[in-house]
Design a protein around this ligand. Structure first.
Ligand code: SF4
Length: 380
């Protein structure tokens, strides 16, 4: 019952911080892409898939028009059995949702919407080069709810250049006031070769000081927690039962199929990567070939590193039995020595069933994982 991820690599415009495989395209390109997706399903899933969770991400899936979303829905009807599917999420840029598109999503089976809000402050949306205006998020949520999509997530960003603690708190409170059951809050990262990173190098903007970023991280947990949304992953907060089941598959190194240009998948610990280039993806499929790029299978140590990298992000941590099953090695044998040091430092804890980062360990999670990964012979 592997999950299903579908990548839609089109955006209204490219955000200044983004290094995902996505770009601006016209309707003709989008229609060619949908036709290519159809061929990919025909080639890779001729007898159909029955996923428990589905996620359409991007990019901006709602860059597609309502008829284009309808065409995508028709493909899924042919190849995907939704009877076992409990969660079907679509990412939405708030400025792109219309009632017609929301209806097309519901007709496709979508029951959860993830809104890329990032901030309610116009100056930060402009600073990020986001395509939507500050006031559109409440209306977009209303449209989704009116169409029948009741499970809602909002993505917020913090540690943006110039952002104050009070401004971030105001963003969190506005998101909570809109009645969302789930919030993702990520610190802005400066990826290589993005316009924002070039501004940083030119000195026209400055990174948030580390103490402020840490204060924002703590604030996120406190304000969301007071409203009943617990931190269950380092950047994700949910009311009980509203956790994202699809992302939990990634964080536990479960099985999922990735469709679309640039999409990744993993089944039985074997990673598949689709070529991250629309022209190459389309060419491959028109020649009748699966659009995967060759990838060496993960060695046990690499599996262990991947599982720790993903699973320690969860507040419940990594299940020791899952570690053994996924890597073929006992956690105590693979990482016992550094784990002992980290436990003494109060950064890691072991229960009979799990290894997990402490709240202090969560603040320096990259270092905790690096320490464990070094024992495996890898550096993160
Ligand atoms: S909308 Fe998302 S995928 Fe598209 S450019 Fe912005 S951050 Fe990147």
């Amino acid at each position: 019952m592997a999950s299903l991820y579908i990548h839609v690599p089109f955006c209204v415009r490219k955000c200044g911080y983004c290094d995902f495989y996505s770009g601006v395209a016209g309707d003709a390109d989008i229609e060619r892409y949908i036709a290519a997706l159809d061929r990919e399903f025909a080639l890779r899933a001729p007898t159909g898939l029955a996923p428990e969770t589905i996620f359409i991400g991007g990019g901006t899936p709602t860059r597609l028009s309502a008829p284009q979303l309808g065409a995508l829905g028709a493909i899924l009807k042919r190849y995907v059995d939704l009877r076992a599917c409990t969660e079907f999420t679509c990412e939405i840029n708030p400025g792109t949702l219309t009632p017609q598109k929301a209806d097309a999503l519901v007709a496709m089976g979508v029951n959860r919407a993830s809104f890329g809000v990032q901030s309610f402050e116009p100056k930060y949306l402009q600073g990020l080069d986001r395509a939507h205006e500050a006031g559109v998020a409440p209306r977009a949520l209303e449209i989704a709810r009116a169409a029948g999509i009741s499970r809602l997530n909002m993505d917020l960003m913090f540690a943006m250049p110039g952002q104050t603690l009070a401004e971030f708190e105001s963003d969190i409170r506005q998101a909570l006031n809109l009645g969302t059951q789930h919030i993702s809050m990520y610190a802005l990262t400066f990826e290589d070769d993005t316009p924002l990173t070039r501004q940083l190098k030119q000195g026209t903007i400055a990174e948030a000081p580390p103490e402020l970023e840490e204060a924002m991280f703590q604030l996120a947990g406190r304000v969301a927690g007071e409203a009943g949304l617990a931190r269950y992953e380092v950047s994700n907060f949910a009311r009980p039962g509203a956790e994202c089941a699809h992302n939990l598959v990634y964080w536990t190194c479960g099985d999922w199929h990735g469709f679309g240009a640039g999409a990744h998948g993993m089944t039985g610990g074997v990673v598949t990567r689709n070529v991250a280039d629309f022209a190459a993806y389309e060419r491959c499929l028109s020649e009748g070939n699966v659009p995967h790029v060759p990838d060496a299978p993960m060695a046990p140590a690499e599996r262990a590193e991947t599982l720790l990298l993903m699973g320690l992000r969860l507040t419940r941590g990594v299940e020791l039995q899952r570690f053994r099953q996924f890597t073929g090695v006992d956690f105590h044998v693979a990482c016992g020595e550094p784990a002992g040091r980290l436990i003494e430092l109060g950064l890691l804890e072991l229960t009979p069933a799990h290894v997990r980062a402490t709240p202090r360990g969560m603040l320096v999670l990259d270092s905790v994982i690096l320490e464990l990964a070094m024992a495996l012979g890898y550096s993160v």
